[in-house]
Design a protein around this ligand. Structure first.
Ligand SMILES: Cc1ncc(COP(=O)(O)O)c(C=O)c1O
Length: 428
Protein backbone atom coordinates (compact mmCIF):
# COMPACT_ATOMS: atom_id res chain seq x y z
CA UNK A 1 0.00 0.00 0.00
CA UNK A 2 1.68 3.09 -1.23
CA UNK A 3 0.32 5.46 1.41
CA UNK A 4 2.45 3.78 4.10
CA UNK A 5 6.08 4.52 4.89
CA UNK A 6 8.32 2.20 6.84
CA UNK A 7 9.55 4.90 9.20
CA UNK A 8 9.24 5.49 12.92
CA UNK A 9 7.72 8.92 12.33
CA UNK A 10 5.00 7.49 10.10
CA UNK A 11 4.20 4.68 12.55
CA UNK A 12 3.97 7.22 15.38
CA UNK A 13 1.69 9.38 13.30
CA UNK A 14 -0.62 6.39 12.70
CA UNK A 15 -0.65 5.80 16.45
CA UNK A 16 -1.64 9.41 17.13
CA UNK A 17 -4.55 9.02 14.70
CA UNK A 18 -5.61 5.63 16.12
CA UNK A 19 -9.10 5.86 17.70
CA UNK A 20 -8.26 2.84 19.88
CA UNK A 21 -4.87 4.08 21.08
CA UNK A 22 -5.94 4.46 24.70
CA UNK A 23 -6.82 0.75 24.88
CA UNK A 24 -3.15 -0.25 24.89
CA UNK A 25 -2.93 1.13 28.41
CA UNK A 26 -5.52 -1.35 29.58
CA UNK A 27 -3.16 -4.32 29.13
CA UNK A 28 -0.10 -5.71 30.85
CA UNK A 29 2.82 -6.14 28.47
CA UNK A 30 5.27 -8.94 29.28
CA UNK A 31 8.64 -7.76 30.51
CA UNK A 32 10.61 -10.95 31.10
CA UNK A 33 13.27 -10.22 28.49
CA UNK A 34 16.42 -8.09 28.56
CA UNK A 35 15.10 -6.37 25.41
CA UNK A 36 11.78 -4.59 25.13
CA UNK A 37 9.19 -7.23 24.35
CA UNK A 38 7.29 -6.82 21.08
CA UNK A 39 4.24 -9.01 21.53
CA UNK A 40 2.53 -10.41 18.45
CA UNK A 41 0.85 -13.53 19.78
CA UNK A 42 -2.63 -12.30 20.57
CA UNK A 43 -3.75 -15.06 18.19
CA UNK A 44 -2.33 -17.62 20.62
CA UNK A 45 -2.68 -16.09 24.08
CA UNK A 46 -4.06 -12.57 24.40
CA UNK A 47 -2.47 -10.20 26.89
CA UNK A 48 -3.87 -9.77 30.36
CA UNK A 49 -6.21 -6.80 30.81
CA UNK A 50 -5.18 -4.82 33.89
CA UNK A 51 -8.80 -5.03 35.06
CA UNK A 52 -8.80 -8.86 35.13
CA UNK A 53 -7.26 -8.92 38.59
CA UNK A 54 -10.10 -6.81 40.07
CA UNK A 55 -12.78 -8.98 38.47
CA UNK A 56 -11.20 -12.13 39.90
CA UNK A 57 -10.53 -10.59 43.29
CA UNK A 58 -14.19 -9.59 43.50
CA UNK A 59 -15.10 -13.27 43.26
CA UNK A 60 -12.33 -14.44 45.61
CA UNK A 61 -13.58 -11.92 48.17
CA UNK A 62 -17.15 -13.08 47.67
CA UNK A 63 -16.05 -16.68 48.18
CA UNK A 64 -14.14 -15.73 51.35
CA UNK A 65 -17.06 -13.75 52.72
CA UNK A 66 -20.03 -15.88 51.71
CA UNK A 67 -18.76 -19.40 51.07
CA UNK A 68 -21.48 -21.34 49.30
CA UNK A 69 -23.93 -18.49 49.79
CA UNK A 70 -21.98 -16.59 47.14
CA UNK A 71 -24.19 -18.38 44.65
CA UNK A 72 -26.93 -16.00 45.73
CA UNK A 73 -25.28 -13.23 47.80
CA UNK A 74 -22.26 -12.31 45.68
CA UNK A 75 -22.62 -9.00 43.86
CA UNK A 76 -22.86 -11.01 40.66
CA UNK A 77 -24.51 -14.17 42.04
CA UNK A 78 -22.64 -17.25 40.82
CA UNK A 79 -25.91 -19.09 40.23
CA UNK A 80 -26.43 -16.98 37.12
CA UNK A 81 -22.89 -15.68 36.59
CA UNK A 82 -22.68 -16.79 32.97
CA UNK A 83 -25.63 -14.56 32.14
CA UNK A 84 -23.38 -11.53 32.69
CA UNK A 85 -21.35 -12.61 29.68
CA UNK A 86 -24.02 -13.70 27.25
CA UNK A 87 -25.04 -10.44 25.64
CA UNK A 88 -21.49 -9.13 25.42
CA UNK A 89 -20.23 -12.37 23.84
CA UNK A 90 -23.21 -12.38 21.47
CA UNK A 91 -22.23 -8.91 20.23
CA UNK A 92 -18.68 -10.07 19.54
CA UNK A 93 -19.89 -12.90 17.28
CA UNK A 94 -22.96 -11.24 15.75
CA UNK A 95 -25.56 -13.38 17.47
CA UNK A 96 -28.77 -13.08 19.43
CA UNK A 97 -28.34 -13.59 23.19
CA UNK A 98 -30.40 -16.79 23.09
CA UNK A 99 -27.88 -18.21 20.62
CA UNK A 100 -24.81 -17.86 22.84
CA UNK A 101 -23.49 -19.22 26.09
CA UNK A 102 -20.04 -19.10 27.62
CA UNK A 103 -19.16 -22.48 29.06
CA UNK A 104 -16.54 -25.28 29.18
CA UNK A 105 -13.50 -25.28 26.90
CA UNK A 106 -13.27 -25.23 23.12
CA UNK A 107 -12.64 -28.85 22.16
CA UNK A 108 -15.19 -30.00 24.73
CA UNK A 109 -17.74 -27.70 23.17
CA UNK A 110 -16.95 -28.84 19.65
CA UNK A 111 -17.65 -32.39 20.75
CA UNK A 112 -20.87 -31.45 22.52
CA UNK A 113 -22.08 -29.59 19.46
CA UNK A 114 -21.15 -32.40 17.10
CA UNK A 115 -23.07 -34.83 19.28
CA UNK A 116 -26.11 -32.75 18.41
CA UNK A 117 -25.29 -31.70 14.87
CA UNK A 118 -23.38 -34.59 13.36
CA UNK A 119 -26.13 -37.14 12.99
CA UNK A 120 -25.23 -39.63 10.26
CA UNK A 121 -28.49 -40.87 8.81
CA UNK A 122 -29.68 -44.34 9.81
CA UNK A 123 -29.97 -45.42 6.16
CA UNK A 124 -26.21 -44.91 5.82
CA UNK A 125 -26.53 -42.28 3.09
CA UNK A 126 -25.90 -38.85 4.62
CA UNK A 127 -22.85 -39.63 6.72
CA UNK A 128 -19.88 -37.52 5.64
CA UNK A 129 -18.11 -34.57 7.23
CA UNK A 130 -16.30 -31.99 5.15
CA UNK A 131 -13.43 -30.13 6.79
CA UNK A 132 -10.35 -28.21 5.73
CA UNK A 133 -7.01 -29.97 5.36
CA UNK A 134 -4.52 -28.90 8.03
CA UNK A 135 -7.25 -28.04 10.48
CA UNK A 136 -5.88 -27.46 13.97
CA UNK A 137 -4.88 -30.91 15.33
CA UNK A 138 -7.44 -30.86 18.14
CA UNK A 139 -10.17 -30.38 15.54
CA UNK A 140 -8.80 -33.23 13.44
CA UNK A 141 -8.83 -35.54 16.46
CA UNK A 142 -12.29 -34.38 17.46
CA UNK A 143 -13.65 -34.95 13.95
CA UNK A 144 -12.01 -38.34 13.57
CA UNK A 145 -13.26 -39.51 16.94
CA UNK A 146 -16.80 -38.34 16.16
CA UNK A 147 -16.78 -40.36 12.94
CA UNK A 148 -15.46 -43.42 14.78
CA UNK A 149 -17.98 -42.90 17.55
CA UNK A 150 -20.70 -43.56 14.98
CA UNK A 151 -18.91 -46.74 13.89
CA UNK A 152 -17.86 -45.22 10.55
CA UNK A 153 -14.61 -45.37 8.67
CA UNK A 154 -12.60 -42.16 8.91
CA UNK A 155 -10.89 -42.45 5.52
CA UNK A 156 -14.26 -42.65 3.82
CA UNK A 157 -16.33 -40.30 5.92
CA UNK A 158 -13.99 -37.44 6.78
CA UNK A 159 -13.43 -35.54 3.56
CA UNK A 160 -10.77 -32.82 3.48
CA UNK A 161 -10.41 -29.95 1.06
CA UNK A 162 -6.73 -29.09 0.60
CA UNK A 163 -4.86 -26.34 -1.20
CA UNK A 164 -4.08 -27.24 -4.80
CA UNK A 165 -0.62 -28.57 -5.62
CA UNK A 166 1.95 -25.81 -5.15
CA UNK A 167 -0.52 -23.48 -3.39
CA UNK A 168 -0.78 -22.56 0.28
CA UNK A 169 -4.38 -21.43 0.53
CA UNK A 170 -7.56 -23.37 0.03
CA UNK A 171 -9.62 -22.07 -2.85
CA UNK A 172 -13.15 -21.37 -1.76
CA UNK A 173 -14.41 -22.57 -5.12
CA UNK A 174 -12.92 -25.97 -4.24
CA UNK A 175 -14.83 -26.07 -0.95
CA UNK A 176 -18.06 -25.16 -2.70
CA UNK A 177 -17.46 -27.69 -5.45
CA UNK A 178 -16.79 -30.43 -2.91
CA UNK A 179 -19.97 -29.56 -1.01
CA UNK A 180 -21.96 -29.81 -4.24
CA UNK A 181 -20.21 -33.05 -5.21
CA UNK A 182 -20.92 -34.71 -1.87
CA UNK A 183 -24.52 -33.51 -2.04
CA UNK A 184 -26.87 -35.77 -0.12
CA UNK A 185 -23.96 -37.75 1.35
CA UNK A 186 -22.86 -34.68 3.30
CA UNK A 187 -24.03 -34.58 6.90
CA UNK A 188 -21.81 -31.81 8.26
CA UNK A 189 -19.46 -29.07 7.12
CA UNK A 190 -17.05 -28.17 9.95
CA UNK A 191 -14.32 -25.68 9.14
CA UNK A 192 -12.10 -23.26 11.05
CA UNK A 193 -13.46 -19.77 10.25
CA UNK A 194 -9.86 -18.53 10.13
CA UNK A 195 -7.23 -21.17 9.48
CA UNK A 196 -4.74 -21.21 12.35
CA UNK A 197 -1.73 -21.83 10.10
CA UNK A 198 -2.21 -19.56 7.11
CA UNK A 199 -4.56 -16.98 8.65
CA UNK A 200 -6.96 -17.50 5.73
CA UNK A 201 -10.48 -16.30 6.49
CA UNK A 202 -13.23 -18.34 4.84
CA UNK A 203 -16.45 -16.88 3.55
CA UNK A 204 -18.67 -18.41 6.20
CA UNK A 205 -21.89 -17.05 4.78
CA UNK A 206 -21.32 -18.58 1.34
CA UNK A 207 -20.14 -21.89 2.78
CA UNK A 208 -23.17 -22.02 5.06
CA UNK A 209 -25.54 -21.37 2.18
CA UNK A 210 -23.83 -24.01 0.04
CA UNK A 211 -23.98 -26.56 2.88
CA UNK A 212 -27.65 -25.86 3.51
CA UNK A 213 -28.42 -26.11 -0.19
CA UNK A 214 -27.42 -29.77 -0.15
CA UNK A 215 -29.16 -30.39 3.18
CA UNK A 216 -26.06 -30.46 5.41
CA UNK A 217 -25.51 -28.83 8.79
CA UNK A 218 -22.77 -26.18 8.95
CA UNK A 219 -20.59 -25.36 11.94
CA UNK A 220 -17.36 -23.43 12.49
CA UNK A 221 -14.46 -23.47 14.90
CA UNK A 222 -13.94 -19.78 15.56
CA UNK A 223 -10.85 -20.00 17.78
CA UNK A 224 -9.01 -17.62 15.45
CA UNK A 225 -12.03 -15.59 14.44
CA UNK A 226 -13.81 -14.56 17.66
CA UNK A 227 -12.72 -11.06 18.67
CA UNK A 228 -10.79 -10.81 15.39
CA UNK A 229 -13.32 -10.97 12.56
CA UNK A 230 -16.60 -9.04 12.30
CA UNK A 231 -18.81 -12.08 12.54
CA UNK A 232 -22.53 -12.20 11.79
CA UNK A 233 -23.31 -15.74 12.79
CA UNK A 234 -27.04 -15.20 13.09
CA UNK A 235 -27.47 -13.45 9.75
CA UNK A 236 -25.21 -15.90 7.97
CA UNK A 237 -27.44 -18.71 9.20
CA UNK A 238 -24.58 -20.77 10.66
CA UNK A 239 -25.97 -23.75 12.59
CA UNK A 240 -23.40 -23.86 15.36
CA UNK A 241 -19.96 -22.57 16.32
CA UNK A 242 -17.52 -22.60 19.20
CA UNK A 243 -14.51 -20.50 20.08
CA UNK A 244 -12.01 -20.10 22.89
CA UNK A 245 -11.67 -17.09 25.12
CA UNK A 246 -7.91 -16.92 25.40
CA UNK A 247 -6.72 -15.74 21.99
CA UNK A 248 -8.04 -12.42 20.67
CA UNK A 249 -10.49 -12.43 23.57
CA UNK A 250 -7.74 -12.11 26.21
CA UNK A 251 -9.52 -14.17 28.82
CA UNK A 252 -6.73 -16.09 30.57
CA UNK A 253 -4.69 -19.17 29.67
CA UNK A 254 -7.00 -22.06 28.85
CA UNK A 255 -9.90 -19.71 29.56
CA UNK A 256 -13.55 -20.43 29.01
CA UNK A 257 -15.08 -20.97 25.60
CA UNK A 258 -18.24 -19.76 23.92
CA UNK A 259 -20.79 -21.58 21.85
CA UNK A 260 -23.31 -20.44 19.28
CA UNK A 261 -26.39 -22.43 18.33
CA UNK A 262 -28.64 -20.74 15.79
CA UNK A 263 -32.04 -19.59 16.98
CA UNK A 264 -33.72 -22.03 14.61
CA UNK A 265 -32.52 -24.83 16.93
CA UNK A 266 -33.34 -22.96 20.15
CA UNK A 267 -36.73 -24.38 20.87
CA UNK A 268 -36.19 -28.01 20.01
CA UNK A 269 -35.81 -30.03 23.21
CA UNK A 270 -35.73 -33.19 21.09
CA UNK A 271 -32.37 -32.28 19.55
CA UNK A 272 -30.06 -35.05 20.83
CA UNK A 273 -27.39 -33.82 23.19
CA UNK A 274 -25.18 -34.89 26.05
CA UNK A 275 -26.88 -33.42 29.05
CA UNK A 276 -25.82 -32.05 32.42
CA UNK A 277 -27.66 -30.26 35.18
CA UNK A 278 -26.59 -26.74 34.18
CA UNK A 279 -28.38 -27.15 30.87
CA UNK A 280 -31.57 -28.04 32.71
CA UNK A 281 -34.43 -25.57 32.83
CA UNK A 282 -33.29 -22.92 35.31
CA UNK A 283 -36.62 -22.52 37.10
CA UNK A 284 -36.89 -26.19 38.06
CA UNK A 285 -33.22 -27.26 38.13
CA UNK A 286 -33.07 -27.53 41.89
CA UNK A 287 -36.13 -29.75 42.13
CA UNK A 288 -33.61 -32.38 41.02
CA UNK A 289 -36.19 -34.35 39.08
CA UNK A 290 -35.37 -37.21 36.77
CA UNK A 291 -35.72 -36.64 33.02
CA UNK A 292 -33.79 -33.91 31.25
CA UNK A 293 -35.67 -30.72 30.40
CA UNK A 294 -33.21 -28.48 28.52
CA UNK A 295 -33.10 -24.70 28.68
CA UNK A 296 -34.00 -22.95 25.49
CA UNK A 297 -31.19 -21.80 23.25
CA UNK A 298 -27.46 -22.30 23.66
CA UNK A 299 -27.74 -22.46 27.45
CA UNK A 300 -29.25 -25.91 27.01
CA UNK A 301 -25.79 -27.21 26.05
CA UNK A 302 -24.23 -26.36 29.41
CA UNK A 303 -23.23 -29.36 31.48
CA UNK A 304 -21.67 -27.97 34.62
CA UNK A 305 -21.93 -24.98 36.87
CA UNK A 306 -19.68 -22.16 35.72
CA UNK A 307 -16.00 -21.91 36.74
CA UNK A 308 -16.41 -18.46 38.24
CA UNK A 309 -12.75 -17.34 38.26
CA UNK A 310 -12.31 -18.09 34.57
CA UNK A 311 -15.65 -16.49 33.79
CA UNK A 312 -14.60 -13.37 35.73
CA UNK A 313 -11.47 -13.09 33.58
CA UNK A 314 -13.60 -13.40 30.46
CA UNK A 315 -16.04 -10.78 31.70
CA UNK A 316 -13.18 -8.32 32.27
CA UNK A 317 -12.14 -8.71 28.66
CA UNK A 318 -15.66 -8.66 27.22
CA UNK A 319 -16.21 -5.33 28.96
CA UNK A 320 -13.22 -3.97 27.05
CA UNK A 321 -14.63 -5.34 23.80
CA UNK A 322 -17.93 -3.69 24.57
CA UNK A 323 -16.23 -0.35 25.11
CA UNK A 324 -14.11 -0.62 21.96
CA UNK A 325 -16.83 -2.15 19.76
CA UNK A 326 -16.18 -4.69 17.03
CA UNK A 327 -16.60 -2.06 14.29
CA UNK A 328 -13.66 -0.02 15.54
CA UNK A 329 -11.65 -3.15 16.27
CA UNK A 330 -12.27 -4.40 12.72
CA UNK A 331 -11.28 -1.08 11.15
CA UNK A 332 -8.00 -1.01 13.09
CA UNK A 333 -7.37 -4.70 12.37
CA UNK A 334 -7.43 -4.01 8.64
CA UNK A 335 -5.21 -0.96 8.85
CA UNK A 336 -2.61 -2.27 11.29
CA UNK A 337 -2.38 -5.62 9.48
CA UNK A 338 -1.90 -3.79 6.17
CA UNK A 339 0.81 -1.68 7.77
CA UNK A 340 2.55 -4.77 9.14
CA UNK A 341 2.33 -6.35 5.69
CA UNK A 342 3.89 -3.23 4.17
CA UNK A 343 6.72 -3.27 6.70
CA UNK A 344 7.44 -6.96 6.10
CA UNK A 345 7.39 -6.50 2.33
CA UNK A 346 9.75 -3.56 2.63
CA UNK A 347 12.24 -5.48 4.78
CA UNK A 348 11.91 -8.50 2.53
CA UNK A 349 12.67 -6.45 -0.57
CA UNK A 350 15.65 -4.72 1.04
CA UNK A 351 17.15 -8.02 2.17
CA UNK A 352 16.25 -10.28 -0.70
CA UNK A 353 19.85 -11.24 -1.34
CA UNK A 354 20.20 -12.67 2.17
CA UNK A 355 16.88 -14.27 2.96
CA UNK A 356 13.72 -15.13 1.10
CA UNK A 357 10.41 -15.41 2.73
CA UNK A 358 6.87 -15.26 1.57
CA UNK A 359 3.65 -14.12 3.20
CA UNK A 360 1.25 -17.02 2.83
CA UNK A 361 -1.71 -15.19 4.37
CA UNK A 362 -4.08 -13.73 1.78
CA UNK A 363 -3.19 -10.19 0.76
CA UNK A 364 -6.84 -9.33 0.35
CA UNK A 365 -8.01 -7.84 3.64
CA UNK A 366 -11.45 -9.41 3.26
CA UNK A 367 -9.81 -12.84 3.31
CA UNK A 368 -7.82 -12.53 6.52
CA UNK A 369 -7.93 -11.19 10.06
CA UNK A 370 -5.10 -9.80 12.16
CA UNK A 371 -2.66 -12.64 11.49
CA UNK A 372 0.18 -12.76 8.98
CA UNK A 373 2.01 -16.04 8.42
CA UNK A 374 5.52 -15.75 7.10
CA UNK A 375 6.99 -18.77 5.39
CA UNK A 376 10.76 -18.50 5.48
CA UNK A 377 12.38 -20.91 3.12
CA UNK A 378 15.25 -22.94 4.53
CA UNK A 379 16.24 -20.79 7.48
CA UNK A 380 12.81 -20.24 9.03
CA UNK A 381 13.59 -21.66 12.44
CA UNK A 382 16.87 -19.76 12.68
CA UNK A 383 15.08 -16.54 11.80
CA UNK A 384 12.42 -17.22 14.41
CA UNK A 385 15.03 -17.95 17.08
CA UNK A 386 16.93 -14.77 16.22
CA UNK A 387 13.70 -12.75 16.50
CA UNK A 388 12.98 -14.34 19.88
CA UNK A 389 16.48 -13.40 21.09
CA UNK A 390 15.74 -9.82 20.12
CA UNK A 391 12.57 -9.75 22.26
CA UNK A 392 9.93 -10.48 19.61
CA UNK A 393 7.22 -12.80 20.92
CA UNK A 394 5.87 -14.45 17.78
CA UNK A 395 4.86 -18.01 17.20
CA UNK A 396 6.52 -20.84 15.31
CA UNK A 397 4.44 -23.49 13.58
CA UNK A 398 6.00 -26.55 12.04
CA UNK A 399 7.20 -27.04 9.43
CA UNK A 400 8.23 -23.50 8.47
CA UNK A 401 5.86 -20.73 9.43
CA UNK A 402 6.26 -17.72 11.73
CA UNK A 403 2.87 -16.36 12.73
CA UNK A 404 2.50 -12.80 13.89
CA UNK A 405 -0.67 -11.04 14.91
CA UNK A 406 -0.89 -7.30 15.50
CA UNK A 407 -3.86 -7.35 17.90
CA UNK A 408 -5.92 -4.21 17.32
CA UNK A 409 -6.77 -3.66 20.98
CA UNK A 410 -3.22 -3.33 22.22
CA UNK A 411 -0.65 -3.44 19.44
CA UNK A 412 0.57 -0.13 18.10
CA UNK A 413 1.80 0.84 14.67
CA UNK A 414 5.11 1.56 16.34
CA UNK A 415 5.23 -2.10 17.45
CA UNK A 416 4.93 -3.05 13.78
CA UNK A 417 7.69 -0.66 12.79
CA UNK A 418 9.98 -2.18 15.42
CA UNK A 419 9.05 -5.65 14.27
CA UNK A 420 10.41 -4.71 10.85
CA UNK A 421 13.61 -3.35 12.34
CA UNK A 422 14.13 -6.49 14.40
CA UNK A 423 13.30 -8.70 11.45
CA UNK A 424 16.03 -6.98 9.47
CA UNK A 425 18.44 -7.38 12.35
CA UNK A 426 17.52 -11.06 12.66
CA UNK A 427 18.11 -11.58 8.95
CA UNK A 428 21.52 -9.98 9.23
C1 LIG B 1 -8.37 -23.70 15.80
C2 LIG B 1 -8.25 -24.31 17.15
N1 LIG B 1 -9.09 -25.30 17.50
C3 LIG B 1 -9.02 -25.90 18.71
C4 LIG B 1 -8.07 -25.52 19.62
C5 LIG B 1 -8.00 -26.25 20.94
O1 LIG B 1 -8.46 -25.44 21.96
P1 LIG B 1 -8.67 -25.98 23.46
O2 LIG B 1 -7.38 -26.50 23.92
O3 LIG B 1 -9.09 -24.76 24.20
O4 LIG B 1 -9.73 -27.02 23.41
C6 LIG B 1 -7.17 -24.49 19.31
C7 LIG B 1 -6.13 -24.08 20.27
O5 LIG B 1 -5.28 -23.27 20.03
C8 LIG B 1 -7.26 -23.89 18.03
O6 LIG B 1 -6.41 -22.93 17.67
Amino acid sequence: MSHFENTLAHAQQLDVQDPLKSFREKFHFPNFHENTIRYFTGNSLGLQPKSTREYIIEELDAWAKYGVEGHFLAKKPWFAYHENLTEKAAKVVGALPIEVVVTHSLTTNLHLLMVSFYRPSADGKRTKILCEAKAFPSDQYALESQVKFHGLDVAEHLVEVAPREGEQLIREEDILAKIAELGDELALVMIGGVNYYTGQLFDMETITKAGHKVGAVVGFDLAHAAGNINLKLHDWGVDFAAWCGYKYLNSSPGGVSGIFVHERHSYNPELPRFAGWWGYDKETRFLMQPGFNPMKGAEGWQLSNAPILGMAAHLASLDIFEEAGMDRIGAKRDLITAFMEFVIDDISEKNKDRCTFELITPRDKTKRGAQLSIMAKGQGRALFDALSDLGVVADWREPNVIRIAPAPLYNSYEDCYWFGQLLEKAIQ
